[in-house]
Write a protein that binds this ligand. Structure first.
Ligand SMILES: [Cu+2]
Length: 275
């Protein structure tokens, strides 16, 4: 049942491809930019995994024709420039266990969704799931893809809300987003907000314990059934499956559980606990 356990044995990803292509997982199919784990296009951003407290390297391969800037959101980290069709080797610093956000910081890279999570020391003791949260204005994406400047002061009205670049109900077909467990087991869920607004998640059936947070380290150890994940925040929670059944987990902001205004959709997934 634990398909996510495959990630336990996978070796550290030491290269990421910056790639541009079609994102077919939302109804308005649009151009997007993603981090891919190899030269094959996928519209789902790749995840990085590292061991704690150890310096490592990463090779970025820009298969796009324009320059982008990369940043890992960790203390002391700088932006790195990578030219069109260029390759860059950069250092990943020694980090404490937890989740960290990385992404392109230039306008088109950011708006078209090249953003992922670095998981440090999370795949050791428990099965690990992850949720990359995104909110998307199709008008903004189309403008960015055309190279037009983004009107950042204009009202922001996103139509799509995603977990791992998918909207509900496709979220429950994603073995990283659908939390499947056996009664009595423990898992970790690594949650990163890549969007342009704050989000808040409500767990039905369970309280989760905060294991790490990049913006609210003082909340580690808190046990809650609802947790905000602010813009840019990376949060890890621990879930103990103390009862069987199927439970929804969803964004508490009702517009974010729709697909272009139609409920249910957007940021909803489920927890399945089997006997
Ligand atoms: Cu609820």
């Amino acid at each position: 049942m634990f398909l996510s356990m495959m990630s336990w044995t996978s070796s550290a990803q030491d290269s990421l491809w910056i790639a541009r292509g079609e994102w077919p997982h939302i109804p308005d199919s649009v151009q997007s930019i993603r981090f891919n784990a190899n030269s094959d296009w996928t519209s789902i951003n790749a995840t990085l995994s590292r061991v704690p407290d150890q310096l490592s390297t990463l090779v970025l391969i820009n298969s796009d024709s324009i320059m982008h800037t990369w940043k890992l959101e960790a203390e002391g980290e700088q932006e790195w420039e990578i030219g069109g069709f260029d390759t860059l080797s950069l250092n990943i610093p020694a980090l404490a266990a937890g989740a960290y956000r990385f992404g392109l910081t230039n306008e088109v890279g950011r708006v078209l969704g090249a953003s992922g999570q670095l998981q440090v020391g999370l795949d050791v003791d428990f099965p690990l799931f992850h949720w990359n949260l995104g909110d998307w204005s199709i008008d903004r994406m189309v403008a960015a893809d055309l190279g037009l400047p983004i009107a950042w002061d204009a009202p922001y009205i996103p139509e799509q809300f995603t977990i791992n670049e998918r909207t509900y109900p496709a979220t429950v077909d994603d073995v990283d987003a659908l939390v499947t467990m056996s009664l009595g087991d423990t898992c970790l869920i690594s949650i990163v907000n890549h969007g342009f607004m704050d989000h808040v998640f409500h767990f039905h059936g369970f309280h989760v314990t905060i294991v790490s947070s990049t913006l609210h380290p003082e909340r580690v150890g808190w046990s809650k059934d609802t947790s905000p994940i602010l813009r840019g925040e990376a949060l890890v929670v621990q879930l103990v499956a103390n009862q069987i059944g199927m439970y929804p987990v969803h964004n508490h902001n009702l517009i974010a559980v729709t697909n272009a205004g139609f409920y249910p959709g957007g940021m909803i997934t489920q927890i399945h606990v089997m006997p």
